[in-house]
Design a protein around this ligand. Sequence first.
Ligand code: PMP
Length: 300
Amino acid sequence: YYNNDTLIYLNGSFVKAAEAKMDFYSQSLHYGYSVFEGIRSYKTASGQTRIFKAEEHYNRLKASAEALNMPYTYSTDELIEVTYALLDKNNFQDAYIRPVIYAPANMSFNLNTESFIVIEAWQMAPFLGDKLLRVMTSSFQRPNPKGFKIHAKAGGHYVNSILASQEVKALGFDEALLTDMHGCVAEAPGANVFFEKDGKLVTPALGNILPGITRATVLVLCDELNIPVEEKQFTKEEMYGADAAFFCGTAAEVIGLHSLDDVDFTMDWDNTVSKLIQSAYKNLVVEKRQELVNEISGIE
Ligand code: PMP
């Protein structure tokens, strides 16, 4: 993630990652009481560096902090500016960016009067790779919204993600799919999910999942490309043997699934509307809008 020269942004200054310090008595370390974002920047078609959906991500960071009653004194504009400076100082264009809001030393469960921020960036390929994934439904369910503020991107929620991912990888699968407390399909440990049937896409409705920024982007792309899409609750059995499926998230981008619980998705990925969405997303993040339009009309 870093070498001796890598800089991070820490509470107002740029410091070397290798020399940065934090308090081991932080409430965040002991209890998972932190919030964070996962953001990507891209070298766009014009050669400029652009942070994709920067405002949406920093607005969600603020909303996550507020949901967890963490003091949050930053503006979205200020943090976007700092993030561009961080990329520039590290000479990054295509990067993954991790802002974290964390708590001071506090071994109680009481509120804090201050919070801290760190922003790290590193170069990272799509985190689930670029091959169709063999996915297994985890025995772990997503956190119950009656026990957690699950719309917040809180550090502690990711213990659930780690358990699910480790469970299925130990059995030889590439990634997990988790259900919600009703047994309906929810999301992957770090991505949202869609499946495709007869040219239509279906994705879990909001409520028991993280409202993904990539998910929202996919919904807009569906609208632009006239791909019908439905947000609803469904079971894994409804997904079995569908034409295609994909995970989507900032880190994973749009990645197709090969199978769920060893039941293959039936269409050739290259002929699916899911693949169209994948291409459209790839083009959008680097601002190749016109190429997208040409590509789609070329297909029709
Ligand atoms: N669900 C979970 C549990 C996640 O961690 C992520 C990644 N932030 C997503 C969905 C996708 O969200 P986004 O598209 O905003 O990255």
